[in-house]
Design a protein around this ligand. Structure first.
Ligand code: FES
Length: 83
């Protein structure tokens, strides 16, 4: 079985390559970043993995509050975890 193609995007300015079909949440995890930081300063990340909890929200290409567990990586995406 052939390996899936890689998709390269940036997370907080750092290039990350993930297999095609990976979610943005996976790319953020591979970059070693939390998805966001709570108002009290706690790192937050995916909890439900199905679009309910909003703990995985990030900014993608300038668009805020994107649920990273529900969005597939696309080449050249600019992901920021400063929500
Ligand atoms: S992990 Fe819950 S909405 Fe993404």
């Amino acid at each position: 079985m052939p390996m899936p193609s890689a998709v390269t995007l940036t997370v907080n300015g750092a290039e990350v390559s993930v297999p095609q079909g990976a979610t943005v949440a996976a790319a953020v995890a591979m970059a070693g970043q939390p998805c966001r930081v709570s108002v009290s300063g706690s790192p937050r990340g995916p909890l439900c993995g199905m679009g309910i909890c909003f703990e995985c929200r990030v900014r993608i290409d300038g668009r805020s509050h994107c649920r990273s567990c529900q969005i597939l990586c696309e080449p050249g995406m600019d992901v920021k975890t400063d929500e």
